[in-house]
Structure formats: structure tokens, C-alpha cells
Design a protein around this ligand. Structure first.
Ligand SMILES: Cc1ncc(COP(=O)(O)O)c(C=O)c1O
Length: 360
């Protein structure tokens, strides 16, 4: 069996896959309505929200686009914070729809500085929203989101958060942290296949939505919210993914949020300890911000990382994540989110160690 160690799509438990294989039903009928209710209750539980999280049939990027077009108007100024390729993507979406961008970008491997965000907001009274990636999957860095949100809240701006690869794996309580729009995607820590994005809007974000002029049709959050009140979707949803989510929530509730967070923290600690023991360097510059859902590691000088990844895949069935954008060929990434066993991590790291020793 393949040991899929990319940071999503993640492997899914057999029960979750079987649930997804169920026969179709009326997507506007009472039986599917019950599934929508249970799945939405599960999302609200994980997001930590007292109002409903929306599910949209799209990938994480569609969720990010939903967040932008439903809260902003062309010409609105945003502070687009980026620490890697997904932060860049969120900035590009806002730019595409006509937002005025103030860019706050740090070297890849670094985390955002909440004090710098505070300084920029104080200097820019016209900044309407701050765009932040919670967990930057491309560099394996988790931003200090709670501290960032505190600064944004204190200055009464909107905070729009990409939590695609963090929500459900590490703490991200949307209401308690004062977040405004929070996005995740089914193929990450949720243990189900790709196909659904989850988007939550705070009361402040819904108020912004009423004024927001960016064009939207399929991704109109108000349409989705109005349909959800009838336990329907405006469009035909990815029903099989709902079936799988319904089953995945049974497993998540049995484990409990604390149990899930502890398991991910242990996985992060274990993976970092193993790669450091091999003499490798982490991409995160400050280990305090190293992600507990994905570990990004520099290939050592003079080693052909791509060749090692190829061997790991072809000869050992271990599929590692590669580097994205300017990190291509320079780093590898080990996903440890969603459904995994300690033995999967051990096997993957044993293979990396063995192939590295042979290559050095
Ligand atoms: C942090 C982050 N944001 C956004 C995305 C984009 O999600 P998708 O590929 O589902 O569109 C990903 C996917 O890897 C991600 O990790």
C-alpha cells in the first residue's frame, strides 16, 4: 500500500471511503437534509462557531475566492500578508477582483510578526481587511494567528483567514479568536476526499457582505446561507463527500478535539526530531512556528532531492511532498494531518534516512 505523505489530499479511513460509495438520493429531500444538518453541526463544532459554517462544492481555492468576493468591493484596500505560496495566492485572488493591495511579505520560512501588522494598520486607516494564511503548507510554518487576530480586532478591521491546512488538526477557534472569515478544505485534516470547501463568516463579515460589490454568482455566500436555512445547497453539491464527512465526524467526535490536536502535536514533534537527528534543517526559521500538520525540510547541499523522492515513491511506496514555486527541488515535505498512524511516519522517515545515507 502507498504511504501517502503529501499534505493533502490525505489518506481516508476505509469506513469514510465506503460511506462515500453510497447510492445517490434526492439532494433536496429530507434524507439529505439530515446529512447536511449533521455535517454542518460537525463543522460548527470544529470551527468553534455558534452560527453555521457554509459548505461549498469546490476546492480550498474556491473557498478563498468565496471569502474575498463576499466581503470586499473593488478598490477596497487590504493588507495581504504572505509567508509562502498560499499567502501569495490569496493576495492574487484579491488583486484579480480589484482590491487595492498593501503587501506584507516575509522570507519563506519566516512567520508573520503581529506587531508589524499592528504598525501597518495604525499607519493605514483605510485598510479594510487583513488576509492571513494560518498554516502555510508550502513552508510548514504556522502563523501566530491568535496574536494577529487580537491586533486586527483592536483596530476594528476584518481578518480573512486561510485555514485550509490547519482547521480540524490544530486549534483555530474562529469565534474565540475573533476571526471574520475562515476557510478550510475537505481533503486536508478532515479525512475525506477533495470536493468541499468550508467557509464561515462572522456577524461583522455578514455586515460587510451586505455592502460588498465584488462580482459573484456561484460563490455568493448569501445564496448558500439562504439555502442552508432550508437544509439545501443552491447548486447540486458533491453529495458523496457529504456522506464521507458524516462518517468522518463520527470518528472525530469519538477521538475528541483535544485528542486530535494532541495527536497532531505529537506527530509534528516526532517528525521534526527525526529529521534533525538526520542532520537536516527545517524550513521554518523559528521552530516555535513549525507546523504540526506538515514538516518542510531542506535537502542537504549536493544531494539530488528529486531523485530521492522518486526512489522513495517507486521503490518504497512512500510519497513525499515536494517544494512549490521557488522551493521546487530544494525541499521535501512530510504531511502529518488527518488520518495517519505513527507507523506511517516512522516508515516514511526510515525510508528518507536510508536513501539519504546512501546518497551522501
Ligand atoms: C494553506 C492552503 N491554502 C489553500 C490551498 C488550496 O486548496 P485547493 O488546492 O484545495 O484549492 C491549499 C492546498 O494545498 C493550502 O494548503
Amino acid at each position: 500500500m502507498v504511504n501517502l505523505r503529501i499534505p493533502g489530499p490525505t489518506p481516508c479511513p476505509e469506513d469514510v471511503l465506503q460511506a462515500g460509495a453510497a447510492q445517490m438520493m434526492n439532494h433536496r429531500g429530507p434524507e439529505f437534509a439530515q446529512i447536511i444538518r449533521r455535517v454542518t453541526d460537525g463543522l460548527n463544532w470544529v470551527f468553534g462557531t455558534s452560527t453555521d459554517v457554509l459548505s461549498i462544492t469546490t476546492s480550498g481555492t474556491g473557498g478563498l475566492e468565496t471569502a474575498i468576493v463576499n466581503t470586499l468591493s473593488p478598490g477596497d484596500k487590504v493588507l495581504a500578508c504572505s509567508i509562502g505560496s498560499f499567502g501569495d495566492r490569496l493576495r492574487s485572488i484579491a488583486k484579480t477582483y480589484g482590491a487595492e493591495i498593501e503587501s506584507y511579505a516575509v522570507e519563506w520560512g519566516e512567520a508573520l510578526d503581529p506587531a508589524e501588522i499592528a504598525r501597518r494598520l495604525d499607519a493605514g486607516a483605510d485598510i479594510k481587511a487583513v488576509l492571513v494564511t494560518h498554516n502555510e503548507t508550502s513552508t510548514g510554518v504556522t502563523n501566530p494567528l491568535e496574536a494577529i487576530a487580537k491586533e486586527v480586532r483592536a483596530r476594528d478591521r476584518l481578518i480573512i483567514v486561510d485555514a485550509v491546512s490547519s482547521m480540524s488538526s490544530v486549534p483555530c477557534p474562529a469565534e474565540r479568536w475573533g476571526l471574520d472569515v475562515v476557510v478550510s478544505g475537505s481533503q486536508k485534516g478532515w479525512m475525506v476526499p477533495p470536493g468541499l470547501a468550508f467557509v464561515w463568516l462572522s456577524e461583522r463579515a455578514w455586515a460587510a457582505n451586505a455592502e460588498a460589490k465584488m462580482p459573484r454568482f456561484y460563490f455568493d455566500a448569501a445564496k448558500t446561507r439562504d439555502s442552508l436555512e432550508k437544509l439545501q445547497n443552491p447548486w447540486t453539491p458533491a453529495m458523496s463527500i457529504y456522506y464521507s464527512m458524516d462518517k468522518a465526524f463520527e470518528l472525530m467526535r469519538a477521538e475528541g478535539l483535544e485528542g486530535i490536536f494532541t495527536r497532531h502535536e505529537a506527530a509534528g514533534n516526532y517528525t521534526r526530531a527525526r529529521v534533525k537527528a538526520m542532520g537536516l534543517s527545517l524550513v521554518p526559521v523559528n521552530e516555535q512556528y513549525a507546523s504540526n500538520t506538515v514538516t518542510a525540510v531542506w535537502w542537504p547541499e549536493g544531494v539530488d532531492g528529486k531523485a530521492i523522492s522518486k526512489k522513495a515513491r517507486e521503490e518504497h511506496g512512500v510519497v513525499l511532498g515536494g517544494g512549490q514555486g521557488k522551493l521546487e527541488g530544494k525541499i521535501f515535505r512530510v504531511g502529518h494531518l488527518g488520518w495517519f498512524q505513527q507507523s506511517d511516519l516512522e516508515e516514511a522517515l526510515d525510508v528518507v534516512e536510508k536513501l539519504l545515507t546512501a546518497a551522501r
